[in-house]
Write a protein that binds this ligand. Structure first.
Ligand code: GDP
Length: 696
């Protein structure tokens, strides 16, 4: 659909823990908006936003899904993000593209790991947020209880906007507190509500909750508060604008109710989205850099110069490369040439498309704030800006690559190497947290992802989409070396072998950095004890030495070097000599800085039956695992633990044999921790054996 003004657009990112019903909710909203003629269930494999065969077979959303719902002459663009924490990087880039987040909570499970992570993210990025409590049809669910839990954890800004009518299997409608109106839904209907009278048994409760909501709205704005005190009530217009502003500025997080699978609460949710969530114009400005590299705040208005941010590249074996973009300012038209400011080249935009999952429909233009796609661009990739050539700019795009674990892969049939390379390249274009390269030590081809499931899915895509089979070898443990205390180091390189000699001398200090920075170099030389031209060579020498490692050949990080002093010789000094001196100073300092080894700790979740829990827990403790709790889930138990990656390399087969194949697990990177001393000694001995073997 085409809308004529940005204030008719809402861009919503749906997020939440896995299985809370995000994909089902997106399908339900499409059904209610008349896009689909029935509810497409996830189980039937035809949910609109889950369109990758890997997603269907694993019944979860992996990449960003995009669809839109026409509602009351508005276009609601929905970005359905993957819930599992492993794919968090995509979720976060999806969140930047939307103007508001809709956090889905499973009424049966309440607050889960991803709920908390997303909350923290939303708060730190000041994203407007609405919470939708889903699955209220299920047994043992209680809307009030979940709201209390949310308020206890996240604070009083969480406020119910709706109240459910009926409980569990009898849940059949919602009351809008602001309008004081009841809406009833047909069981398993299309989610369009019929207005009706508020049931008598709810009137007291509604009056009470409405009073609190009105008060909360009044408190967000001095003018409103004054009027509220004077008149004891606020006009419907004041309430509407007041709540809209409070949501936009993060002062109130409204809560809505529903059951996606039964279509209850769909139209009332769409109403609330249109009424209270921000429009693209509310963003006001977007950070960008101008052609000269100056930071600017670009006005997100229709009459600004055109600019669009490409936030996702998809590779489809049939239709080729598709780029999804959001227009930040001005308009983007079909069949028009734009400028790609990163590639510094013209890009011919052909037919623009509006997407319902994988289904693209041609549209003439995308106006400010709208989201759509285009096929077959030549140079454009995720994170790029398309703009006018005469006024180029770069829109801000930050993508933090999550730390990864690497597996070596090997083609099943020889001669497939090139095909694999090509296919991997396409997968990486789509998924920025996937990486591939060669192990510098062994020459093996590595594939890196955020966890084992992430990598397995990539391997399955290689097989199903690109018809190349690979063998996946156990991951290598990416140990890291670091230091525990400050130390100084001196490096002197002097050679006199006839002809021109070599001379360089430098003095450094080294200190630990604990803020996550890998390596920092500060030139603090006063006067000219080392001339300017040689100082970068010292840094380079240190950098190369740290990559080679000190204790066991793993890269050294988490430290700062200050270059303080040194000596040079007019004739014999060279960049090469200062590089060597730098690496000698590094080694000298390392030997005094209490060097140590850190290892990746994985967040592990095992789904198993109750009778296996005991065996699995004792197995985990032998793997140096720290249990973090056991939670029931349906008929199963979920064991959570933090375990060093080094102890998890053979876990798939152990788990299979302990539980006779009745369990499964996922793990993702959590953080780095110091390796216990006795194990460090083994790692160092192992590295020395490897070096000796190489020397022979
Ligand atoms: P996602 O991982 O958050 O996208 O969740 P899905 O949409 O895949 O849903 C997970 C499971 O919950 C599926 O089996 C759905 O059928 C089910 N589900 C979704 N919404 C509801 C609901 O409102 N009520 C009930 N009882 N089940 C639901």
């Amino acid at each position: 659909m085409q809308v004529d003004s940005p204030d008719k657009i809402r861009n919503i990112t749906i997020t939440g823990h896995g299985d809370t019903g995000k994909t089902t909710l997106a399908s339900a909203l499409l059904y209610t908006g008349g896009v689909a003629n029935r509810l497409n269930r996830v189980e039937d494999g035809n949910a609109v936003t889950d369109f990758d065969p890997e997603e269907i077979s694993r019944s979860m959303s992996i990449g960003l899904g995009l669809c839109h719902v026409p509602w009351q002459k508005h276009k609601i663009n929905i970005i359905d993000t993957p819930g599992a924490g492993i794919f968090g990087a995509e979720t976060r880039s999806g969140a930047r593209i939307g103007d508001a987040m809709l956090l889905v909570i499973d009424a049966g499970s309440g607050i889960e790991v991803t709920t908390e992570k997303m909350w923290d993210w939303v708060v730190s990025h000041e994203q407007p947020l609405m919470i939708h409590i889903n699955k209220l049809d299920r047994e043992n669910t209680d809307y009030a209880r979940t709201v209390v839990e949310l308020r206890e954890r996240f604070g009083r800004l969480v406020r119910p906007l709706q109240l459910p009518i009926g409980k569990e299997g009898k849940f059949h409608g919602v009351v809008d507190l602001l309008e004081e109106k009841a809406y009833f839904f047909e069981p398993d209907g299309n989610g369009q509500a019929k207005p009706g009278d508020i049931p008598d048994d709810l009137t007291d409760r509604i009056e009470q909750l409405r009073g609190k909501l009105v008060e909360a709205i009044a408190e967000t704005n001095d003018e409103l508060l004054e009027r509220y005190f004077e008149e004891g009530e606020l006009s419907p217009e004041d309430l509407h604008n007041g709540l809209r502003n409070a949501v936009r500025t993060g002062k109130i997080v409204p809560v809505t109710a529903g059951s996606a699978v039964h279509g209850i609460g769909s139209s009332t949710l769409l109403d609330s989205i249109v009424r209270f969530l921000p429009t693209p114009l509310d963003r006001a400005t977007y950070p960008a850099t101008d052609i000269g590299g100056d930071d600017i705040e670009l006005a997100t208005t229709a009459d600004e110069r055109p600019s669009a941010l490409v936030f996702k590249t998809l590779n489809d074996p049939f239709s080729g490369k598709i780029n999804l973009m959001r227009v930040i300012s001005g308009t983007i038209d079909s069949d028009t040439a734009y400028w790609n400011s990163r590639a510094e080249d013209t890009e011919k935009v052909g037919q623009l498309l509006a997407y319902q999952g994988k289904q693209g429909t041609p549209i003439k233009q995308l106006i400010t704030g709208d989201i759509g796609g285009v096929a077959k661009l030549k140079h454009t990739q995720t994170g790029d800006t398309l703009c006018g050539k005469d006024q180029p700019l770069k829109l801000e795009w930050t993508f933090v690559r999550p730390p990864a674990i690497s597996y070596a892969i090997e083609p099943k049939s020889k001669g497939d190497e090139e095909k694999i390379n090509d296919a991997l390249h396409r997968l990486m274009e789509e998924d920025l947290s996937l990486a591939s390269g060669r192990d510098p030590q062994t020459g093996e081809v590595l594939i890196s992802g955020t966890g084992q499931l992430h990598v397995e899915i990539a391997v399955a895509k290689l097989a199903n989409r690109y018809k190349v089979d690979v063998i996946l070898h156990p991951p290598k443990v990416p140990y890291r070396e670091t230091i525990k205390r400050p130390a100084d180091g001196h490096g002197r390189h002097k050679k006199q072998s006839g002809g021109r000699g070599q001379f360089a001398d430098c003095k450094i200090t080294m200190e630990p950095l604990t803020d996550g920075t890998d390596f920092e170099f500060k030139d603090q030389i006063f006067g000219g004890s080392i001339p300017q031209q040689y100082r970068p060579a010292v840094e380079k020498g240190i950098h190369e030495a740290r990559e080679r490692g000190f204790l066991a050949g793993y890269p050294v990080g988490g430290f700062m070097v200050r270059l303080l002093d040194g000596q040079y010789h007019d004739v014999d000094s060279s960049e090469m000599a200062f590089k060597v001196a730098g690496s000698l100073a590094f080694k000298d300092a390392m030997s005094k800085a209490d060097a140590t080894i850190h290892e990746p700790i994985m967040q592990v979740e095992i789904t198993t039956s109750e009778e296996c829990t005991g065996d699995l827990m004792s197995d985990l403790s032998q793997r140096r695992g720290r249990p973090q709790g056991i939670e029931p889930k349906g008929n199963n138990q979920i064991i959570k633990a933090a375990v060093p990656l080094a102890e998890m390399l053979d876990y798939s087969s152990s788990l299979r044999s302990i539980t006779q194949g009745r369990s499964n697990f996922v793990m993702e990177f959590s953080h780095y921790e110091e390796v216990p001393r006795n194990i460090q000694q083994k790692i160092i001995a192992e590295a020395q054996r490897g070096d000796d073997a190489e020397a022979h």
